[in-house]
Design a protein around this ligand. Structure first.
Ligand SMILES: [Zn+2]
Length: 149
C-alpha cells in the first residue's frame, strides 16, 4: 500500500501553499494504474478564486489528463477534510476512494457539517478513509494560523 507516500506528497503541496501565503491544504489524484496524475495546493488568494481549493484544482488537472469529466477508479488524497463544495465535486467526478488527513470541525463537509455523502441526493459516494497523517496536517494548519494571529 502506498497511501502513506501519496499523503506525503499532498503534505508537500500543503507546505508549498503555506509558503505562498495560502491556507496549507494539498491534494493528489492517483489514476487506477498508480500514476500520480495531479497534485495541487490551495490557490484561492493567488487566483482570486474562492473555488480554487486544492481538491478542485487537482480534480481539474486529473480530468484534463484523463480527457474526461469523470475519474472512475481514481483515488484522491487531501490533507484536510474536504468542504461541502469539494466533497460534492469529488462525488461528481466519480472518484473511487477519498483519503484525508485532519478533520475540519469548522468547514468540513464529509464527517460533519453538511455530511454530503450521507445525503440521499448524493448519487456517487466514494469510499472514505480519514485520519491519514492527520497529526502532520494539523500541525501545519495550526502553525499557519498561529503566525497570522
Ligand atoms: Zn474545499
Amino acid at each position: 500500500m502506498s497511501f502513506r507516500s501519496h499523503m506525503a506528497q499532498a503534505l508537500t503541496e500543503a507546505r508549498a501553499a503555506a509558503a505562498r501565503g495560502e491556507v496549507p491544504v494539498g491534494a493528489v489524484v492517483v489514476a487506477p494504474d498508480g500514476r500520480v496524475v495531479a497534485a495541487a495546493g490551495n490557490r484561492t488568494r493567488e487566483l482570486n478564486d474562492p473555488t480554487a481549493h486544492a481538491e478542485i484544482l487537482a480534480l481539474r488537472a486529473a480530468c484534463a489528463d484523463a480527457g474526461s469529466e469523470r475519474l472512475p477508479g481514481h483515488d484522491l488524497y487531501v490533507t484536510l477534510e474536504p468542504c461541502p463544495m469539494c466533497a460534492a465535486a469529488i462525488s461528481f467526478a466519480r472518484v473511487a476512494r477519498l483519503y484525508y488527513g485532519a478533520a475540519d470541525p469548522k468547514s468540513g463537509g464529509v464527517a460533519q457539517g453538511a455530511r454530503v455523502y450521507a445525503h440521499p441526493q448524493c448519487h456517487h459516494v466514494p469510499e472514505v478513509y480519514d485520519g491519514i497523517a492527520a497529526a502532520e496536517a494539523e500541525t501545519l494548519l495550526r502553525g499557519f494560523f498561529a503566525e497570522r494571529r
